[in-house]
Design a protein around this ligand. Structure first.
Ligand code: HPA
Length: 278
């Protein structure tokens, strides 16, 4: 499927969303594992299953619902995406990032990406949160590969993917929410297998503090669309070989559940600060 031609373009999907809700938020949040509890604090105006939005891929991983919400979080109008399409599910990159292009076409200017990640930095513990300062794209693909999109840069500068002002706001939100927000570099792999201990040692040498299977394609496409981006990881486990334990999706889900209040508080305060500065 191409997002530049045919029926299912991001512009068409955005028009559909504009018809379904009268809210016009400028902030969108994509929820990954560890952050879904943010929905509990959302004053929902409209809940839209992804299946109702033309072109939206349906996520298949447990713990990812596949619904877009319009509502108010911390008094701020927001679009919240619960569930995302991952590259490891077999989707083309165009599909993985379709939602981000749709949000841009809708009028979203600031995007907060959240995810679950394995901790590589030896100072990190399972249950910590990490604000992304930068990333390493180790997925082996770039979401901008393909025909140039008219009106968009061919070669996108990624010197500062994660916006400095939003990063400051995220650190403030962390403080106000009473949690210690680590900072670091997120390295993205395609997955779905977890890494080997040798890979994790290599990634540590490359400067990575955490490893995960999402976010980077969305961040690159968001920058392509001119949006400001911030991102935060829930460190759901220590990466392979860092702890003697074997990795499991179960552990990821259990840690996410254990720290869900903190993840939700962080996002809610971040949304509240958005309103103050607009
Ligand atoms: N590796 C890759 N992705 C992940 C991990 C991990 O250890 N934990 C959560 N997502």
């Amino acid at each position: 499927m191409s997002v530049t031609k045919g029926e299912f373009t991001p512009a068409v999907a955005a028009k559909c969303l504009q018809k379904l809700s009268s809210l016009r938020p400028t902030l969108a949040i994509i929820l990954g594992s560890g952050f879904h509890h943010a929905l509990a604090g959302l004053r929902v105006e409209k809940k839209i299953p992804y299946g109702k939005i033309p072109g939206f891929p349906l996520p298949s991983v447990s713990g990812h619902a596949g619904e877009l919400y319009f509502g108010e979080l911390g008094g701020t109008p927001v679009a919240v995406l619960s569930g995302r399409a991952h590259y490891y599910e077999g989707h083309a990159m165009e599909r993985v990032t379709f939602a981000v292009r749709t949000l841009a076409a809708f009028g979203i200017r600031d995007l907060l990406l959240t995810n679950a990640a394995g901790g590589i930095n030896p100072k990190f513990q399972a249950g910590d949160f990490m604000m992304l300062t930068d990333h390493v794209n180790f997925m082996g693909v770039n979401p901008l590969r393909g025909p140039a999109i008219p009106g968009r840069a061919r070669f996108v500068d990624l010197t500062e993917v994660y916006d400095l002002e939003l990063r400051t706001r995220l650190m403030q939100a962390g403080k106000a929410a009473g949690l210690k927000l680590q900072r670091g570099v997120y390295l993205a792999v395609s997955g779905p297998s977890y890494e080997t201990p040798a890979e994790i040692r290599a990634f540590a040498t490359l400067g990575a503090d955490a490893v995960g299977m999402s976010t980077v394609p969305e961040a690159i496409v968001a920058r392509h669309e001119g949006m400001r981006v911030a991102a935060v990881s829930c460190i759901t486990n220590l990466a392979a070989g860092i702890s003697p334990e074997k990795l499991s999706h179960q552990e990821v889900l259990e840690t996410a559940e254990r720290v869900k209040q903190s993840g939700a508080a962080l996002i809610e305060v971040f949304a509240r600060l958005h309103e103050k500065t607009k």
